[in-house]
Write a protein that binds this ligand. Structure first.
Ligand code: UGA
Length: 423
């Protein structure tokens, strides 16, 4: 099939690359010419596991990138993968969705081929119907029988996005007609996964609900973890016993510093704002955010009970990324922790296997090291803030600290003498 992907950001690039890998002919429309050039050279503009390998195989063959909309009228499917960043009040900013939809409409003017315009961006329920369809149709007039509309949310985790795309738990397709849904379904026919077909609005809501539910699991585990800490119980022992219940399952029950990244905080807030707009008071969702916001402060409290005043104390921070296997620090829980350490006068030596350069843009004055051992040298305490698997191998490096006070915000270390934020 011919597939055009609007937006060569994280979701767009992974989606386009995977569709090309499955054999489709894929074009990315990315307004940033620098990014488009890199993609055409087979160089991923972002870090994502396995992406470079796949891009090398497909770019210049059945994947290409361009910075304009010309030629997209040959596409069977046009996927909208542009950002929906939060506005000041937390609601989703839809200006890129509107812009992309209008551009698609103009580019398809005069085309007689059947196209399915499909929204993949995370958008509030009702957006495809009330924003995308009118914007696309405006320049097209009443030749609506040549266009169908679908909403096909993504469930890709950063760092594992290629595997998530190629081995999904499910594929959700909401559509205006069976014909439109079938076209999108065909694009995925090589994947072995159940296909759930819904209305447009339900597909949009499935995405928000999935993220909100996963975020709720994390905040729930953190609340239980905070209680366990007071009772002298390891919450990981508790959740292991709980997660064996198939009605609960063992995933996303890891207590710690809470959820960060570009999705959970943003999507839960957008859902809260949406509910409020309709006169609903989303008590539970608000608590999910509240628990999440309080969690980073707990590691600081714990640190103070162990070493007292933080002024002039050297604190080694291991892990800056919002989770392992990424260089992304967006909404990382390490940001509030570092801010508070600095506020209290601590001196920070930081190490992250991948995210130091990203964090330098936020905290340029920290001392960044290229390995954990050097960051730990002479430290009064160490805080572990990201679940990098390689941290589990650390041992003798801690001997370089002045005081061996080691507090984990993510349960990952395997050496002895460690305290956890809620275990
Ligand atoms: C999340 C969802 O998992 C994806 O399904 C979804 O497609 C994506 O958002 C999105 O909306 O685009 P992502 O943000 O990449 O993916 O990362 P996750 O692996 O879900 O982790 C999010 C945060 O939760 C991280 O800070 C992680 O450390 C934290 N977390 C995760 C916990 O604190 N405990 C857990 O048990 C699991």
């Amino acid at each position: 099939m011919n597939i055009t992907v609007i937006g060569g950001g994280y979701v767009g690039l992974v989606t386009a690359s995977c569709f090309a890998y499955l054999g489709h002919t894929v074009r990315i429309v990315e307004i940033d010419t620098g990014k488009a050039d890199l993609i055409n050279q087979g160089v991923p503009p972002i870090y994502e596991d396995k992406l470079e390998e796949i891009l090398r195989q497909i770019s210049g063959k059945n994947l290409s990138a361009q910075s304009h909309y010309e030629g997209i009228e040959d596409a069977d499917i046009i996927l909208i993968c542009v950002g929906t960043p939060p506005q000041d009040d937390g609601s989703a900013d839809l200006r890129y969705i509107t812009g992309a939809s209008e551009s698609i409409g103009y580019a398809l003017k005069g085309s007689t081929k059947y196209h399915v315009i499909t929204v993949k961006s995370t958008v509030p329920p009702g957006t495809t119907e009330s924003v995308v369809i009118p914007a696309v149709m405006k320049p097209l007039g009443d030749i609506s029988d040549t266009v169908g509309f679908c909403m096909n949310p993504e469930f890709l985790r950063e760092g594992r996005a290629i595997d998530d795309f190629l081995h999904p738990d499910r594929i959700v397709i909401g559509g205006t007609s069976q014909k439109a849904i079938e076209v999108v379904q065909k694009a995925y026919e090589k994947l072995d996964a159940p296909v759930i077909t819904t209305s447009l609005k339900a597909a949009e809501m499935i995405k928000y609900t999935s993220n909100a539910f996963l975020a709720t699991k994390i905040s729930f585990s953190n609340e239980i973890g905070n209680i366990c800490k007071k009772l002298g119980i390891d919450v990981y022992e508790v959740m292991k016993g709980v997660g064996y219940d198939h009605r609960i399952n063992p995933y996303f029950l890891n207590a710690g510093l809470g959820f960060g990244g570009s999705c959970f905080p943003k999507d839960v807030m957008a859902l809260i704002r949406l509910a409020e707009r309709y006169g609903e008071e989303p008590v539970l969702l608000k608590s999910v955010i509240e628990v999440n916001e309080q969690q980073p402060g707990r590691i600081i409290q714990l640190l103070r009970t162990r070493i007292g005043d933080l002024k002039e104390k050297k604190i080694a921070v291991l892990g800056l990324a919002f989770k392992d296997n990424t260089d992304d620090v967006r909404d990382s829980r390490s940001i509030p922790v570092i801010s508070e350490l600095l506020e209290q006068g601590a001196i920070i030596s930081a190490f992250d296997p991948m995210a130091a350069d990203s964090m330098k843009k936020i905290f340029p004055s920290l001392s960044y090291y290229t390995n954990a051992g050097d960051a730990l040298e002479g430290a009064d305490a160490c805080l572990v803030l990201t679940e990098w698997p390689e941290f589990s191998k650390l041992g003798s490096e801690f001997a370089r600290m002045k005081n061996q006070v080691i507090i984990e915000g993510r349960k990952i270390l395997s050496c002895s003498g460690i305290e956890g934020v809620c275990w």
